[in-house]
Design a protein around this ligand. Sequence first.
Ligand SMILES: [Zn+2]
Length: 183
Amino acid sequence: MADANPFAAPVAGAALNPVPDAAISVWRDGDLLVMHKQAVLPDRCVKCNAPCNGYRLNRSLSWHPPGWFLLILISLWIYLIVALCIRKTAKIQVGLCEQHRSGRRKSIWGAWLMFLSSFVGIVLSIAFDLPLLAVLCLLLILGSLIWAVVISNVVKTHKIDDYYVWLKKINAEYLGTLPPIQG
Ligand SMILES: [Zn+2]
């Protein structure tokens, strides 16, 4: 009888099974990072591979197969209800270096400043009857919200199942230090 290897990486494309705690780990699969939901990521920045000195950013991830987005064409509410039922979630901790942390803080302040100044602009446009300024400020508010979403996406989720998370847009050097997935 062949011994099952409890430390084996999940096989790409195959159904993944829960692994014993000892096997909790992180791998690379092409340009994707594959990790067990409980895995501890390396103490390096996912953006540039620089040391993080222990700093971790908590990220709550959510994912569903992209085909379900088509439901939006039928009804946004039906989509939202279905998406809430079928989505897979994970809470992970991502390493970020001081430089990328500082850049992220500045971007958050920038998005807030853009949002608040646009809000003031709308109040002024109503007070002084300036419809063009109101339209411009509404566009800027929309822009600041999109900017905020982009900032919050430190990592992009490719896929989540019951046990594993696949991340994309990870620094190539960072990925290069991880063991390749089997298969
Ligand atoms: Zn960095």
